[in-house]
Ligand binder design. Sequence first.
Ligand SMILES: Nc1ncnc2c1ncn2[C@@H]1O[C@H](COP(=O)(O)OP(=O)(O)OP(=O)(O)O)[C@@H](O)[C@H]1O
Length: 289
Amino acid sequence: MTPQKKQVCIHGPGELIHVDCASHVYPDGSVGIHDMCFRVMEREVVALCGPNGSGKSTLIEHLNGLLSPSSGSVAVMGRDMGGLKKDIWRYVGVVFQRSDDQLFAPTVLDDVMFGPLNMGMSVEDARAAAIDALKAVGAMGLENKVPAYLSGGQKRLVCIAGVLAMKPKVIAMDEPTSDLDPQHSEAVEKIILGLRENGVSVVVATHDLDMAARIADRICIVKDGSIIAEGRPSEIFYDEELLSMAGLKPPGVVRICQEILKSAGVGHSERPVTADELVHLISGLITKR
Ligand SMILES: Nc1ncnc2c1ncn2[C@@H]1O[C@H](COP(=O)(O)OP(=O)(O)OP(=O)(O)O)[C@@H](O)[C@H]1O
């Protein structure tokens, strides 16, 4: 199935967020995104994949009103972003690319409690929400630490906890596994999948196509400020022409699969994108011999 090129930006049922941004122009005249139609549906993980400077962060910052379209609109739960004001954090949370942009309080607990307190929760409830969130990301024990002294991986987990504590319906994460070791990356992947399991939708901007293949229901390819194609990982990651046009390399599993099938001289309709799917395909081929 050919991935769909985005053409029209029509509101549809089940949308949590609808971005219809004709353009976002930064004060210096740089165009961050343009002709951008983007939707977030219920209970899905969407990955934004594209080269440096393609507009992923700019799009993410439109999802909770940190940036607004120069021309166009953003609707959250069917309501215009402009009317949501501070309430936006109840619906959409953003985990920034640089953890140091997010952490500011004297202790981890203060930091994670900040959002809930700002939403009007009592100190007691905010503390309970913060502790729950720290538990959910496996960061209990860090409550009394100074955020600035945490490791990069710990900072990322605390940033995620700070957003989780507000219990939003959508969480957008900008390159959540960049600079993380394999263990912390896996922890973040598990958190994302756990969120979807609990009915939270997650938008992830990432250069890690292997991770996107493992966790995403939908891949959006972002190039030069627009989404040029979207579809399931198995559709997008086997489209060599599309990936090459976007300056991207297929995930490792896809490359291995293509090489194996080529050297074995067999065609196959299956399109594995995860290691488990590839193992399943190879086992099937061996059994048939
Ligand atoms: N504050 C800003 N002022 C001016 N131009 C900006 C600003 N932020 C981003 N841009 C420009 O907007 C475009 C999109 O940048 P953006 O950071 O959204 O891309 P990205 O896909 O997230 O990149 P990366 O993968 O490197 O993080 C780029 O041309 C960038 O130079």
